[in-house]
Design a binder for this molecule. Structure first.
Ligand code: TYM
Length: 346
């Protein structure tokens, strides 16, 4: 088996409000992984334009996601933080993967079906091939670990399929070029913790999402303490007190969601939270959840606002990160071109 050095890659789209699901399912976990891995965190602006964007708004949102990364505690000097469009190798490798992935594989992607909705004829081609670009994001750094929320699981499986097919189809050339028996690692999705799928505060059967028309369905990272308190107090619940054990959360999606949020914010398991709050009414539990949410998210929101006021600093972080990312990605593209049999300057 070929061995690959351990590297984390993940991305967040700069499309609309960053919410608690993005934070607990992804960004908070990006921060933890910094201690154990070399990490690359990307604001995926090329992905954003698969659906219409207003240019000035997109610029602002690229800075906002960057500010969220930094405010949450990602260190852009020890690790890499950048926006995708500054490293053209992402788009270049995505083209190669468009030629590796099969139509049938992409036809099975549930996120495309959800996002394209009924009017599939009118969806952009980019929205359809989006998972190939995502595979390129990860594999252009030959990353081995990818922290994401549960909704990205299918895309990660596709990434592994693409890596595997490339390694198989070009095996002879990979060996002939001295890369051993496999060029790309099969990256592992890190989908962990009590908040891998944070649900809407209004409906425990739906994912918390940027596109939900109701702002009460989600807590945004930039919400004020008052807004957080109101949204938690209005969150849908059921009439029963909280159970004392996790099994008691089955068939109680709203209770399960709030307990999961509390656990993730507190760095505890759901079982530990229920050991403390089992038997409590929601009114008491919600008060504790408001306090915890405000204590955890308040400083992040404040730091995001401070950073957002310093555009030059944010942009300099992205340019510096992109320069370091490009050096890695360009080497991969040279290797891939050699493996494919293209001619290039030496
Ligand atoms: P995006 O921008 O929709 O979401 C960013 C991250 O937040 C996670 N997430 C959630 N986690 C838990 N509960 C939720 N309700 C919730 N909503 C969102 C997502 O799983 C994701 O980890 N395709 C990706 C971006 C991407 C990417 C990549 C990720 C592009 N290239 C390469 C990893 C590696 C996306 O649209 O995420």
């Amino acid at each position: 088996m070929a061995t690959f050095s351990q590297r984390v890659f993940s991305g967040v789209q700069p499309t609309g409000n960053l919410h608690l699901g993005n934070y607990l399912g992804a960004i908070q976990r990006f921060v933890e992984l910094q201690e154990r891995y070399e990490c690359i965190y990307c604001v995926v602006d090329l992905h954003a334009i698969t659906v219409p964007q207003k240019p000035a708004e997109l610029t602002r949102q690229i800075r906002e996601v960057t500010a969220a990364f930094l405010a949450a505690g990602i260190d852009p000097r020890r690790h890499i933080v950048f926006n995708q469009s500054q490293v053209s190798a992402h788009a270049e490798l995505a083209w190669v993967f468009n030629c590796v992935a099969r139509m049938g594989w992409l036809n099975r992607m549930t996120q495309f079906k959800e996002k394209a909705g009924k009017d599939r004829e009118n969806a952009s081609v980019g929205l359809f091939t989006y998972p190939d670009l995502m595979a390129a994001d990860i594999l252009v750094y030959r990353a081995t670990h990818v922290p994401v929320g549960d909704d990205q699981k299918q895309h990660l499986e596709l990434t592994r399929d693409i890596a595997q097919k490339f390694n198989n189809d070009y095996r002879e050339s990979i060996e002939a070029n001295g890369f051993g028996e496999a060029y790309f690692p099969l990256p592992e999705a890190l989908i962990q913790g009590p908040a891998r799928r944070v649900m809407s505060l209004r409906d425990g059967s739906r994912k918390m999402s940027k596109s939900d028309p109701s702002d009460y369905s989600r807590i945004n990272l930039t919400d004020s303490a008052d807004a957080i308190a109101q949204k938690v107090r209005k969150a849908k619940t059921d009439p029963l007190p909280l159970p004392s054990e996790e099994a008691g959360l089955a068939d109680r999606p709203e209770a399960d969601n709030l307990v999961g949020i509390y656990a993730a914010l507190a760095g505890r398991t759901k079982a530990e939270v229920l050991a403390e709050f089992g038997g409590a009414q929601f009114s008491a539990f919600k008060s504790a959840l408001v306090d915890l949410s405000v204590a955890r998210l308040g400083p992040i929101g404040a730091e995001m606002r401070r950073l957002m006021a310093d555009e030059a600093y944010i942009d300099s972080v992205l340019v510096d990160g992109a320069n370091r990312a490009r050096a890695i990605a360009e080497q991969t593209m040279k290797d891939v071109k050699d493996i494919l049999g293209f001619i290039r300057a030496r």
